[in-house]
Each structure stands twice: as structure tokens, then as C-alpha cells.
Design a protein around this ligand. Structure first.
Ligand SMILES: NC(=O)c1ccc[n+]([C@@H]2O[C@H](COP(=O)([O-])OP(=O)(O)OC[C@H]3O[C@@H](n4cnc5c(N)ncnc54)[C@H](O)[C@@H]3O)[C@@H](O)[C@H]2O)c1
Ligand SMILES: O=P(O)(O)OC[C@@H](O)[C@@H](O)[C@H](O)[C@H](O)CO
Length: 382
């Protein structure tokens, strides 16, 4: 079996590419980073440092790489059995035309073997969004064939993988936590789902996607934003700050109350899930900068993402949301010289003021009580 994986970054090399290779699948990475592409093609293997109580080094073998914009990608899509991505939500649209081209070649070559495509991004039903971009780029005459032969499979992906420590000379080096979870929607496959150890099948994906995104990522983002404000550099330092930990835990509990209402999760098991996440944030073997976790604040403050969607849920069910509001106010203060979205957000704040800027980005009503309350907290944090 052969797979094409878009994005040889942290989660691509450290999790999805590794699971595929461990399952005996030949993995070809598609990326735009020439240094990484060259290193993969020179060595065809790389080390994954799995860190925790019992750290170990695992070697990922039988890998190669192509440039994401090259004709090689078209030829691969025409022939492989599986396509996966870990490139970031905003890049999915950019690869769609290339995927569409490959599907046309696959159709024209008469390849009727099922192809499954799985986006592994931190977003709700990312593969379905990729599917829409691909269909937009694909002439109408191919749509029926795609519906019959190509499975667009949504997934939830969880493993904390920060970039390699500064100072590492190896462009392929990657350090991951021991925990990992990859859950895919089994109802969306064409043909039999591939047997990949570590890839779990479910027919209830939305519950898993929202549980992960609106617990771990909600708490992670708030740790990063409050951590930056308090002058902490890493997630570990931030979560060990008792004042921050209290808000983060409180926000995960507020979001959790929504999830429990919506999906009927067991409250005790959900409390244990939150505690485990707090321990993962504390991992002494991982160096994860608050700037990585807070990246792209416009995405993180958008209506369907980890801060606003849980807040909306609390409003829907009439539940407490004091800590979520603190997290959102802290996100509004996020700054980063390297992050174009942080620059864009700062410019919007300057131009429109906090109420209008928050309403514009989050979709919350400008004159609503909740926006007024968040902005009051935001002003008090200045
Ligand atoms: N790192 C984590 O802890 C983690 C965990 C779960 C999910 N995720 C999700 O995985 C995705 C990737 O995150 P990451 O941390 O690995 O980011 P990353 O920046 O390390 O990796 C992204 C990779 O995509 C490549 N890329 C950019 N444009 C491309 C294109 N047009 N075609 C092919 N490759 C392209 C980049 O060069 C980079 O190698 C995101 O959606 C993120 O939310 C990350
Ligand atoms: O990748 P983002 O920017 O959506 O979120 C940053 C982190 O919260 C995220 O990458 C986590 O490390 C990951 O979701 C853990 O599974």
C-alpha cells in the first residue's frame, strides 16, 4: 500500500506519517520546504524522539518526498491508495487544484481502486472542507466518478508535537509526547478502511472532534494567551502558574459542560479527560512555546473554533462562561512579530476598537452583553 501525505511538518513527520510507515505503508511526503524534501530524499528515514516517563527513539523508514506543486503529485494521486494532510486549515484550499488534477488523471487512466483522503487538521470536519475545495476545482463531468470512487474521511487528531528545539541541526528531527489519538469517520470510507494501528474508527466522529478541539485546544490556547501576558515562554511554565491553571481548568470545565449537554458524555470521565490534558501540558520533556500554541489568533477567535464555539454553547444552554471570557480577552492581547494574523489582528483592533474587532472576527453580536463583558475584561488586562 502507498500513501501521499501533504505536510512533512511536526504532526506530519511526528504522527501521521509515522503511523502510516509503522503500518508498512510506503509514504511519500509532499511539502514546499526544500530543505526537508532534500533531507527526506537523501536519507529515506528519520528519527522520532518519543518523550515521557520512558523516552525512546523510533526510526521511520521507507519514506520519500516530492514538491507539493510538482507534477509528481498529480501522478501520485492517480495511483496511491491513501492521501492524508497535516498542513494547516488555511492551506487546504491551496492544495485542492493539485488534488483535482490528480483525480482527473486517475479517472482517465481507468484506476477504479478506491482512494481515501483524510485531512488531519485541528478543525471540525476539515476533510469535508477540502472536498468542497476539490469539487470547486474539478470539472462537473468528474463529480459522479469522485462520488463513487473517492472517500473523503473526516478525522480528529491529537498529539502534542512542538517544533524541534532551537539548536538541532537535523531538519527532520521531531520530538513528540507519548500520547496519541487519531479517530476517523468509518462511514465515509470507500472500500475497506485500511488497517493502521493507532487509527481508530468511529461512527460518531463529531463527538470526538468537538471533545478534542473544545477541551484540549481550548485549554491549550488559553494557557498560551494568559501565559504570554504573564511573561511565560512555554506552555509548561504557564500551566504551572496557579492563577493561569485555575482559569484554564475552569474554561475546560465550562466548555465540558456544553459537551456533556450536547453529547451526553459521562461527567466523571470528562473530568478525568481534563486532568489528563493538564498533565500533558505540564510535560517536562517537551519544550512548547506559547507563541506556537497561540499562533493564528484570527483563526482561533473565529466562530467555529476553540474559544468562541464553546462560549456560544454556554450561551445556548445558559451555562457559566467566566473563564472562557477571560481566555478570549487574553487572546485579544496576543502579539507576535512572526505571525501575520497577529499583525492583522493588531491593525484591526487599532482601526475598529475592541468591540467591533471582536464582533467582526468571532461573529458575536457587536452590542451583545457577552461582547461588552469580554471587552471589559480585556480593558482591565491592559
Ligand atoms: N503540532 C501539533 O501539536 C498538532 C497536533 C494536532 C494537530 N495539528 C494540526 O496539524 C496541522 C499541521 O500542524 P503542524 O504543527 O504540523 O505544522 P507545521 O508548520 O509543523 O507543518 C506544516 C507543514 O506543511 C507544509 N506546507 C505548507 N504549505 C504546503 C503546501 N502547499 N503543500 C504541502 N505542504 C505544505 C509546511 O512546509 C510544513 O512542513 C495543523 O492543522 C495543526 O493544527 C498539530
Ligand atoms: O495547531 P493549532 O494552531 O490549531 O493549535 C495549537 C496547539 O493547540 C495544537 O497544535 C496542539 O498541540 C494539538 O492540537 C495537540 O493535539
Amino acid at each position: 500500500m502507498k500513501a501521499l501525505h501533504f505536510g512533512a511538518g511536526n504532526i506530519g513527520r511526528g504522527f501521521i506519517g509515522k503511523l502510516l510507515a509503522d503500518a508498512g505503508i510506503e509514504v511519500v511526503f509532499a511539502d514546499v520546504n526544500q530543505v526537508v524534501l532534500d533531507a527526506l530524499n537523501a536519507r529515506h528515514e528519520y528519527e522520532v524522539h518519543v518523550v515521557g516517563e520512558q523516552s525512546r527513539i523510533e526510526i521511520v523508514r521507507n519514506v520519500s518526498a516530492v514538491h507539493s506543486g510538482s507534477p509528481d503529485v498529480t501522478a501520485l494521486i492517480a495511483t496511491v491508495d491513501l492521501v492524508t494532510t497535516a498542513i494547516g486549515p488555511q492551506i487546504l484550499e491551496r492544495i485542492a487544484a493539485g488534488v483535482a488534477k490528480g483525480l482527473i488523471q486517475r479517472h482517465d487512466a481507468g484506476n477504479a481502486r478506491p482512494l481515501n483522503i483524510i485531512a488531519c487538521e485541528n478543525m471540525v470536519r476539515g476533510t469535508s472542507q477540502l472536498k468542497q475545495h476539490v469539487l470547486n476545482a474539478l470539472p462537473e463531468q468528474y463529480h459522479d466518478w469522485v462520488a463513487q470512487n473517492v472517500g473523503f474521511v473526516d478525522s480528529a487528531v491529537d498529539r502534542i508535537v512542538p517544533p524541534a528545539q532551537a539548536g538541532s541541526q537535523d531538519p527532520l528531527a521531531v520530538t513528540v509526547e507519548t500520547f496519541s489519538e487519531w479517530i476517523v469517520d468509518k462511514t465515509q470510507f470507500k472500500g475497506e478502511p485500511p488497517a493502521i494501528a493507532g487509527m481508530e474508527l468511529t461512527d460518531n466522529l463529531m463527538a470526538f472532534v468537538e471533545r478534542k478541539l473544545f477541551t484540549l485546544n481550548t485549554g491549550h490556547a488559553i494557557t498560551a494567551y494568559l501565559g504570554q501576558q504573564a511573561g511565560h515562554k512555554t506552555i509548561r511554565d504557564a500551566i504551572l502558574d496557579p492563577a493561569i491553571r485555575q482559569v484554564v481548568k475552569g474554561a475546560m470545565e465550562e466548555s465540558g459542560a456544553v459537551l456533556i449537554n450536547r453529547y451526553g458524555f459521562d461527567p466523571e470521565k470528562h473530568a478525568a479527560y481534563i486532568n489528563k490534558i493538564l498533565q500533558r501540558f505540564e510535560n517536562p520533556y517537551l519544550h512548547d512555546d506559547v507563541e506556537r500554541v497561540g499562533r493564528q489568533p484570527l483563526r482561533k477567535l473565529s466562530a467555529g473554533d476553540r474559544l468562541i464555539k464553546p462560549l456560544r454553547g454556554t450561551l445556548e444552554y445558559g451555562l457559566r462562561h467566566d473563564n472562557l471570557m477571560k481566555g478570549i480577552a487574553a487572546a485579544m492581547h496576543y502579539h507576535s512579530e512572526q505571525d501575520p494574523q497577529a499583525q492583522e489582528w493588531a491593525a484591526l483592533l487599532e482601526k475598529s476598537g475592541p468591540e467591533a474587532a471582536l464582533a467582526q472576527v468571532s461573529g458575536l453580536e457587536k452590542d451583545s452583553e457577552v461582547v461588552e463583558q469580554v471587552v471589559t475584561i480585556y480593558n482591565a488586562m491592559q
